[in-house]
Design a protein around this ligand. Structure first.
Ligand code: DGY
Length: 320
């Protein structure tokens, strides 16, 4: 019997071909509505799912009684009910490693753009406001030699810290559940309590996965502990931060600026004050969004689902 796959993110012909050689593929390019009757029908017969971003609920799983494996085209898996999947014997695969460096580039882009006010000043030039040499009112802050506080020190956090320490001579502090002695040796990084990191860092960068423990990890109290000159960067998940508290901290001058790739609600509402603040650089969740990396992530997802449905061990399995 040929197994069936539902693919609901945009795939290149090459990836669709690879899947179609082994499986029957029901392809929903950029699916918007999970109540779509064709999608529901395909789900009811599916052995595998390939896609990203969609919130997979237990109710959707009920609609997929034959499901054996899901291959997410993402490293984050906060949109999947992991325990429920495990209980039902459904494998969940993700795409770590292949996006680490690209996502770290995005983190550093936000550090540089906020510190040197790159977007704000590019807009200033575009508007034709550059009529004389700029003065102090438009100066930014140095990045090199400053203190970078990493909240979360997994693959991506470490890759951002590596850029800071080795490329920009930054001192690295990190708060993480477990110590990372190898990274301490490589980067001269120091592990400390979150409170100390917040008080000492010039750049506070969040890079933890979203979970019950990390939801609103950074809120009013935490912004209050940061230096008024601190720049806050989030490349993890929007819900790790209490966004109302962040807006308050920016409005009240409790911190200097924020570089944000992720938001509590995505896409970000046009009503949000964040993208209208001159000291905020807001990006539309571009962490891993380069041609090369998205291709590698999709290839990993295709390989994961192929291995899983053929009864072999996928390359990156979330629920061991
Ligand atoms: C991920 O892979 O989890 C990223 O956030 C998607 O860009």
């Amino acid at each position: 019997m040929t197994k069936r796959i539902v693919a609901y993110s945009r795939l290149k012909p090459k990836h669709l071909d690879q899947l179609s050689q082994r499986f029957h593929v029901d392809y929903f390019e950029a699916l918007k509505d999970t109540d779509d009757p064709d999608f529901r029908k395909a789900l009811s017969e599916a052995h595998g799912i390939v896609g990203s971003s969609l919130l997979i609920t237990p109710e959707l799983l009920d609609a997929a009684p034959q499901l054996e494996a899901i291959a997410s085209i993402s490293v984050g898996y906060d949109n999947y009910p992991v325990e429920e999947l495990t209980q039902r014997g459904i494998l969940l695969c993700n795409t770590p490693d292949v996006l680490t460096e690209t996502t770290a580039d995005t983190g550093f882009l936000l550090i540089m753009a906020t510190a040197r006010r790159a977007i704000e000043l590019a807009e200033f030039v575009k508007r034709g406001d550059w009529r004389e040499s700029i003065g102090e009112a438009h100066f930014g802050s140095d990045v090199h030699g400053k203190t970078l506080g990493m909240i979360g020190f997994g693959r991506i956090g470490a890759a951002i810290a590596r850029r800071g320490a080795l490329g920009f001579g930054m001192q690295v502090l990190y708060s993480n559940a477990s110590p990372k002695p190898e990274l301490e040796r490589e980067l001269g990084a120091t592990r400390c309590e979150l409170e100390e990191l917040l008080a000492q860092s010039d750049f506070v960068c969040v890079s933890v996965p979203l979970s019950a423990e990390t939801t609103h990890l950074i809120g009013r109290r935490e912004f209050g502990l940061m230096k008024p000159s601190a720049i806050f960067v989030n490349i993890a998940r929007g819900k790790v931060v209490d966004e109302a508290a962040l807006i308050g901290a920016l409005e009240n001058g409790e911190i200097r600026a924020a570089g944000l790739d992720v938001f509590e609600q995505e896409p970000l509402s046009p009503e949000s004050p964040l993208p209208h603040m001159t000291n905020v650089v807001a990006l539309p969740h571009i962490g891993s969004a380069t041609h090369e990396t998205r291709e590698a992530m999709t290839q990993r997802a295709v390989d994961n689902i192929t291995l899983a449905l053929e009864g072999k061990r996928p390359i990156s399995l979330v629920n061991e």
